[in-house]
Design a protein around this ligand. Structure first.
Ligand code: SF4
Length: 698
């Protein structure tokens, strides 16, 4: 019998990782026994010009990995054992019903993720409020974009990550990249910034480390962690005093100038320079370049945002945008560079404790009435506002939440003060985790359900520009795994709420999401899968079917009722922990090129994990010398909350008072065992980016 040649199939999909959402072609070579996969970039991708980074090139590996969860698993005698879906759903019904009977509806919480599709984010919010009737829902995106979202809402009246499409970056004559390491976190858009530079743009990078992104910098402001608002105050003072204010723009389109001017008069550049650890002349030079540029853009990311003053920090950069009138025009704008795949969409559709779909507010009576009508439930049945992600962990620790359902998230690794989080989760009467692998959090679960990967799931994702893309399912689910949204519907069914969750495909959920978002700030009502696919994505707001979408925001006005943006005086606040004799160094955290979030997917991808298998303590050689650390040796790092032990990596590119550790690992290597859970008063973002530590040889 003739041997059949392998069959090859090529399908278009999107990378499941960062917020660029690069499109790619997945090639499957299928012979009788095995399938081999490979990936090539989509040359027609208008955002990346056909580029993929190492994560995207290897993204399929985890999805086809044999270690994927394939069956529902119940913990029996300390071990997870396979059970049927029928048994799993029956058990969920009895556990949830019993907890809610004994302790009330709010005793069960829901914890989501920023990598889920828009349909799943929407459904998770509805599931919590309608199927469980609990106020407790929040997600890991609280740690991603909440500070930028809070600042944008206060300043512009609306929060869309990038106010302009990335295609306008090369039109800018000055770009400030504040606390964003694009070269490692969103590598495929680096070429857009390089292009801007080739066309004469000056690039200013603000970061305590000389990251790979500094390869395109004209000026690097190596700021002390936690002093971003002070730095912005210094730059604002120069802009004001040296005549770079766009008076007409400020007069016509903003409020609050007089207060800001008064505040800036009191700012001392010498003090700012001392706080930031940057020569004053460099601050002046950076401000002059931005002020004098005809066009300009400012981008912020977690380096500025993950602070207990994150909202204020971002607002001060927005003050710079407004003062110089650099917004609402080609090559002029602001962007919060999202980290997670659907960091933008994840926060628009009701997954946050304080929000309903379309960015509606859960405490606004009109908004509640509208959503209750869309969902077909009595308005009074909708729960009120719950608490933020980390505060949920504290509520669990206090015994107020007894059951938790987690979808697509690994909170033990991603929350600050991770030891408390672990302690809290161990106290739960019932912990249900839906994931692809047995993550650190799943290892504590009473039950684990096998969910869907990006190759099996269908739905829309909103990438960092605010561009909505459709991702099609291209592979069957492994074993008995189910689609994430289907699992939510199945649980709703056994809880007696199935009538509100009757969908046969993701597109039906999207149809409902369109109605739910109509008239809200993030309005998707004019989009259909067909329209999105025809135009390589559509930008919201898109309020009706004939509407082309909105690539550039604020051309004619801002979203506050009076159409004006808000300038605001920002007083610098020191970080909640500063260096002391006992804890003399500052710890900051971040990402590396090879890993994504808490590493559940990338640590299970050998091509990626082999290149960066463990977290390294990045430390200046002079600082290491003072402590007695050797390159490649081990160090013990201690904060007020815990101790971890790490391998040492010398780097002359980091400030001498600061050390850096990536956050993609759990257990004894989890840097979030050290980080500070002090929260921003507006958005409840924890202060991941700076805490005081002591370091010694291990
Ligand atoms: Fe593109 Fe980000 Fe995926 Fe890399 S990780 S391929 S930049 S979407």
């Amino acid at each position: 019998q003739a041997v059949q040649p392998p069959r090859e199939k090529t399908t278009k999909t999107e990378c499941p990782y960062c917020s660029v959402q690069c499109t790619m072609n997945l090639h499957e070579e299928k012979s009788i026994k095995v399938s081999r996969y490979s990936v090539t970039p989509n040359k027609e991708d208008p955002v990346t010009d056909g580029r993929l980074c190492v994560k995207g090139l290897n993204a399929h590996s985890h999805a086809v990995d044999d270690r994927r969860l394939r069956y529902p698993m119940l913990r029996i005698g300390g071990t997870l054992s396979p059970i049927t879906w029928e048994d799993a759903l029956g058990r969920i019904r009895s556990e949830v019903t019993e907890i809610q009977r004994k302790y009330g509806k709010d005793a069960v919480g829901v914890y989501g993720g920023g990598s889920l599709t828009n349909e799943e984010c929407y459904l998770l919010g509805k599931f919590a409020r309608v199927a469980l009737g609990t106020k407790h829902i929040d997600y890991n995106g609280r740690f991603c974009m909440s500070a930028a979202a809070g600042a944008s809402n206060l300043t512009f009246g609306i929060d869309r990550g990038l106010t302009n499409p990335l295609s306008e970056v090369p039109l800018a004559k000055c770009i400030i990249l504040a606390g964003t390491n694009i070269a490692e976190c969103q590598p495929t858009i680096m070429q857009t910034f390089r292009k801007a530079r080739q066309e004469g743009c000056k690039i200013i990078v603000i970061d305590p480390r000389e990251t790979a992104t500094c390869s395109i910098a004209d000026i690097h402001l190596k700021v002390r962690p936690g002093y971003d608002a002070a730095l912005a105050n210094g730059m604002l003072k120069v802009l004001l005093e040296e005549g770079y204010v766009d008076r007409a723009f400020v007069e016509e389109r903003t409020t609050g100038f007089a207060e800001l001017e008064e505040h800036l008069k009191k700012v001392s550049l010498a003090e700012v320079a001392a706080l930031c650890g940057i020569p004053p002349q460099l601050i002046v030079e950076a401000a002059r370049i931005y002020g004098a540029a005809e066009t300009g853009m400012i981008f912020t990311a977690r380096g500025v945002e993950q602070h207990a003053s994150g909202v204020a920090n971002v607002r001060n950069f927005l003050n710079m945008v407004l003062l110089t009138g650099k917004i609402g025009k080609p090559g002029c704008g602001y962007g919060a560079v999202t980290g997670q795949a659907n960091g933008q969409g994840g926060r628009e559709h009701g997954q946050k404790a304080d929000q309903l779909p379309g960015y509606r507010l859960i405490e606004n009576e009109e908004h509640r009435a509208y959503i209750a009508k869309v969902w077909g439930v009595p308005e009074e049945s909708l729960p009120r506002k719950g608490v933020s992600a980390y505060e949920m962990m504290e509520s669990i620790n206090r015994g107020e939440i007894k059951g938790l359902i987690i979808l697509g998230s690994n909170p033990i690794v991603s929350n600050p003060n991770a030891a408390l989080v672990e302690e809290a989760l161990k106290k739960l009467d019932f912990l249900l985790v839906i994931d692809l692998f047995e993550s650190e959090t799943a290892k504590l679960a009473h039950m684990v359900l096998p969910g869907s990967s990006y190759l099996e799931d269908e739905g829309t994702m909103t990438q960092l520009e605010g561009r909505v893309l459709v991702r099609r399912a291209i592979r069957p689910l492994p074993g008995k795994a189910r689609l994430d949204w289907k699992i939510l519907c199945d649980i709703a069914e056994v809880l007696g709420k199935g009538e509100y969750f009757r969908y046969t495909k993701a597109e039906e959920i999207f149809q409902e999401l369109r109605i739910a978002s109509k008239g809200g700030k993030a309005d998707y009502s004019g989009m259909t899968y067909e329209r999105i696919e025809q135009s390589h994505g559509m930008f919201w707001p898109c309020p009706e079917e004939g509407h082309p979408g909105t690539p550039r925001m604020f051309e004619n006005g801002f979203a506050h009722e009076d159409g004006r943006a808000r300038l605001a005086p920002i007083e610098h606040q020191n970080p909640k922990e500063v260096a002391t004799r006992k804890y003399p160094y500052l710890l900051t955290t971040g990402r590396v090129l090879q890993h994504y979030l808490s590493g559940v997917q990338t640590r299970n991808t050998s091509e990626l994990n082999s290149k960066y298998p463990e977290p390294l303590l990045e430390i200046h050689p002079d600082t290491a010398g003072e402590i007695g650390l050797v390159n490649g040796g081990r160090a013990k790092v201690t904060s007020k909350r815990g101790t971890i032990r790490l391998k040492v990596k010398y780097s002359a590119k980091i400030r001498q008072d600061t050390v850096f550790v990536p956050f993609h690992w759990g257990g004894d290597q989890c840097v979030n065992r050290l980080t500070n859970p002090a929260l921003d008063p507006v958005c409840r973002m924890p202060e991941f980016k700076v805490c005081a530590v002591s370091i010694s040889p291990n």
